[in-house]
Each structure stands twice: as structure tokens, then as C-alpha cells.
Design a binder for this molecule. Sequence first.
Ligand SMILES: NC(=O)c1ccc[n+]([C@@H]2O[C@H](COP(=O)([O-])OP(=O)(O)OC[C@H]3O[C@@H](n4cnc5c(N)ncnc54)[C@H](O)[C@@H]3O)[C@@H](O)[C@H]2O)c1
Length: 340
Amino acid sequence: MAKLKAILIGFGKIGSGYASDPLMARYFPYASHAQVLRDHPAFDWLAVIDPSSEARAAALRDWGIPIAVADISDLPATIAPDIVVLASPPESRTDNLKRFPSAKLAIVEKPLGRTAETSSRFIDSCHNLGIAVQVNLFRRAEETTRYLANGGMLERIGRPQAVFSVYGNGMRNNAVHMVDLFRMLCGEVTTAQALSAPRPLADGPIPGDIALAFALTTAEGTCCTFMPLDFAHYREVGMDIWGEQGRLEILQEGLLNRISPRQPHRALQNAMEIANDRHDLLPSRYGHALYNIYDNAVAFLEHQTPLASPGKSALVNEIILDAVTESAANGGILIRLDSN
Ligand SMILES: NC(=O)c1ccc[n+]([C@@H]2O[C@H](COP(=O)([O-])OP(=O)(O)OC[C@H]3O[C@@H](n4cnc5c(N)ncnc54)[C@H](O)[C@@H]3O)[C@@H](O)[C@H]2O)c1
């Protein structure tokens, strides 16, 4: 098979920067797009586009990329990528893709846009350009999460009764990952409701992002509350699922997954309990999930394997977050999401 020609637009932290963090490297061999493009044998990484001269210098010097330009118009006309990786902020992405008629697939960072409406326009534009979209909601490609979503969770803890999630640094930055995980594990969301007033984030990674408590419910009636944490104290983006036969905790941002079984109650006759002191650990492959996102993209292009994290699914998360925002603006009314 000929290698897939790839270009990377946006050479910031997720583009390449996280690769130079030694602490992250202990847990995330693939923390940035650059590491996957460098190592994955299916890709020929042709060029980097970034307006930052520092970023371009790093691409040429540290990664040996032959071409690094500030703007797409500076690229040699011969560059015809199969895959465009968009690790830049959302605004200019559609215009970027229009410049590459050869492109078959875009690997895109979340959020897709600043609102669900702009995100939806982006997905429509990609569709009209004939470009498939894989979004880096990496849990969709992580082995243990996939095992849990494909029946493993039901087998190990039974049907979910109560679900709790915590996130920080903003709804569009991190709650989006937990909304996506909740949909993966518990099913599609039919109602959304804000449980607190929104709090603006002064220095959040995504401009204009907010933090608030909210609840989502699935068609089967499973409810999850999402509570914001202030990362100034500590970080966590996690989920705690109490099933009918056990408990699943996804902690340390996915690096620690543990299952506590059900057993006869230690202190009461004729009752059961969750043995929280007797949990099993599930392996975490989070550090390879970004690599898997690319692997799956190759399988999609070569064998029509379904995309693990298609744009249309990622858009649903953003529609849900807009519904939460709408609920907050209207005193916490319940918003129905029948179109999901
Ligand atoms: N999937 C995840 O878990 C995850 C993690 C981190 C970041 N992200 C997302 O990735 C995107 C980038 O985040 P980051 O932390 O790397 O930000 P960053 O600020 O570190 O990097 C962004 C880079 O894009 C460049 N850029 C800006 N406009 C551009 C343009 N028009 N064309 C090309 N390059 C342009 C900037 O110069 C910068 O180098 C954001 O949308 C963010 O939400 C996702």
C-alpha cells in the first residue's frame, strides 16, 4: 500500500508540544499528533502549517519536517494530501480544507466550532467537499473503553443505576469528553438540564468557555450529573457508574479504571453491597488512544471500517452542550433532545 500523505495544521500543544513533556511521556507515548505522524508506518508526513515562527522552526529542527509554512498559500502546489490534521483553533478550518481537493479525511481536534451551529456548518462543509471527519475524542478509540461500551460494562456491573462525572477547565474543553463517554457507555441523550448558574472561565484553554453543573438523561432513563472542579486545586476528568451488580470508576483522567463487585452486605442480613475495598483494575491504554484514532482512520480509508469517532457523533456532544447552556439561560428548564 502507498503511504497516506498527511499535513498537520496547527503545531501547538496537541499538535506537537505535549511530546516534549517528560512526565506526560511516562503515561502517554502518543500525546500529540506529531508523534503519531512520525511513528505510524501508514503515513508520509509532508508539511506543517502554523503562523507561529517558533512552531515552524520546531517542526523543521526537531521533527525533520521538510516543509513548514505560515499559510496554506505558501505550500508548494505539488502538495496533495490524503489526510489533513486540524490541530488549530476551529475558526479557519473549513477554508483550510477547501484548499485540498485531494483530501479524503480530516482528523480534527475538538471543539468542532464555538457553537453547535458553527460546528454543524463545518460538518456540512466537509460532507459537501467529500471529506470524512474523524474527531480526536480519543476515548472512542481506546481499547478498555471500547470493551466497556461493547457489552463489557453490562457484563461486569450490570445496567447503570446512577452515574456521576467531574470535569474542569470548561464545558467545551473537558465536559465534552465526559458527555461523549456517557453516550458511549450508557446510550444517546434525550434530555439536558443545567443544575447551576454558568461560571465564566477567566483563563480557560477555550475562549468564552464556561463551567456549570448539569444533568443528562438517556432514552432508557439513565441519568448522569456532571460537576465542575476547579483545576487550581487538582485535576480530574472522570466518571463513576453504579450498576445493578457492581461499580465502575474511571479515574485519573482514564489512567485508572476499576470495578468493584457486588457481594452480601458485611453488616446487614438479607442485603447486598458494593465491595469498594475489593476492586479489580482494568488496563488503561489511554496513552495509545491517539495512535488508535489514526489506525482506525487508515482502516476506514483502506477497508471501509467505520470511523471510531465520526464528525456527526462529535457534533451531537456539542448540540448537548448548547442545550445545557440554553437550559442555564432559562432558569434550568429541562431541554429535550429528540433529534439525537
Ligand atoms: N482532544 C483533546 O483531548 C485535546 C487536547 C488539547 C487540545 N485540544 C484542542 O486542540 C486545539 C488546539 O489546542 P492546543 O492546546 O494545541 O492549542 P495551542 O494554542 O497550543 O496551539 C494552537 C496552534 O495553532 C496555531 N494556529 C492558530 N491559527 C492557525 C491557523 N489559522 N492555521 C494554522 N495554525 C494556526 C497556533 O499558532 C498554535 O501553534 C483546540 O481546539 C483544543 O481544544 C484537544
